[in-house]
Design a protein. Sequence first.
Length: 114
Amino acid sequence: MDNCIFCKIVRGDIPCRKVYDDDDLLAFHDIHPVAQVHIMLIPKLHLASLMEANDSHTALLGKMLLSTSKLAKEQGLNNGFRTVINTGKGGGQEVFHLHIHIIGGNIPPMVRRD
Ligand code: 5GP
Ligand code: ZN
């Protein structure tokens, strides 16, 4: 996809601080981290969001989810981490190339009840 910023990162047209790379996946530091650790995990295949995913992507999505723990541990998040997938405009997605946010450090519970 010519104008997709994450496809440009996959192609090397835009630099990133890479933390993982294989045939299917790329992970790199988010440019605007919201916590001590904030990694973007993306498929190299352009897939706009979870709404565009179908049965042909089962293995890829499984591989992404299973990679999160390994990446989080490599970043020192031995005590746990948060994964976020924003989907579509209604889900607050801004970059329309599927990605999992891996976030950790000193983060509060997501939902406050006070
Ligand atoms: P979304 O809101 O779509 O779920 O998340 C997109 C994320 O991509 C944001 O956290 C944003 O900071 C990150 N991002 C956007 N452009 C770039 C970029 O060029 N490089 C990197 N490393 N992260 C980016
Ligand atoms: Zn893309």
